[in-house]
Unconditional design. Sequence first.
Length: 325
Amino acid sequence: MDITDMAQRIAAGERRALARAITLVESGRDDHRAQATALLAELGVAKQALRIGLSGTPGVGKSTFIESFGLMLTKQGLRVAVLAVDPSSSRSGGSILGDKTRMDLLSRDPNAFIRPSPSQTHLGGVARRTREAVALCEAAGYDVVLIETVGVGQSETVVAQMSDLFLLLLAPAGGDELQGVKRGIMEMADLIVINKADGDLKATATRTQADYAGALRLMRKRPQDPDGFPCAMTVSALEDRGLPEVWERLTALSDWRREAGFWDATRSQQARYWFEDAVKTALLAQLDTQAARTALAALGDAVAAGGQEPAAAAAEFMRQLQRET
């Protein structure tokens, strides 16, 4: 593979080259990982797109919202990339990857790029290489990158470590004020959007928005938030209502953080987070050797038979691993 040629094609905005590059960075093969690292180094620091993480429970209408929101942005002349993470089966390991099918209109827009990826065994709502895919989309010249998470609930916070703004999508009657003050994903959100505010659910959505607005006022103010943030809003992705207001709020928050210096500080902190994550991944890879697997199996049998305590066996395994390395 000619890394320089691929980097030039990505920088020129070729969608096929971008798709191949994302496949490369998602591969677990050692030779592919080396090529992916070289490709990202060749691309260097590209333009900074606005990274928007988007989460919500399954069935809340994330795909419908992203399609309507993305089409609104492309009509304004912006180039939009969507990285959708699909849950993988714990039994077969497979994923449906059906998000692109749900976004039929957006997928045909020449100013949009949609890439579904399996979550595989990675926890936190995103795939292990989603951050690298974001960097590739930035290098390809996209202005906005939407990162749609699996939608797993309160623990889905890793996306906040790869996005500039974090949008939480909720359904009408999705909780009360007590639900709103729970920690975890709620305290990560910059904007809470109550979707499906139409038809018979419109009044319910308004009440839910009021509940969460009240809960947000009780939470401790974050230094990276100006007055009025985080906030709760209602939208109808089906009827295209409320989307311009969401974009207006997001861009206002983004502009304020840039001027206040929080934008660069957050990006630096995120880079450190992913460096430490890469180190942990490399350390875990040391377990995937024949000697490590043999020792792990032997000690595991001893623990299962009741001949050794788990903590003592773990300490012994670490001593053996250190001798091997």
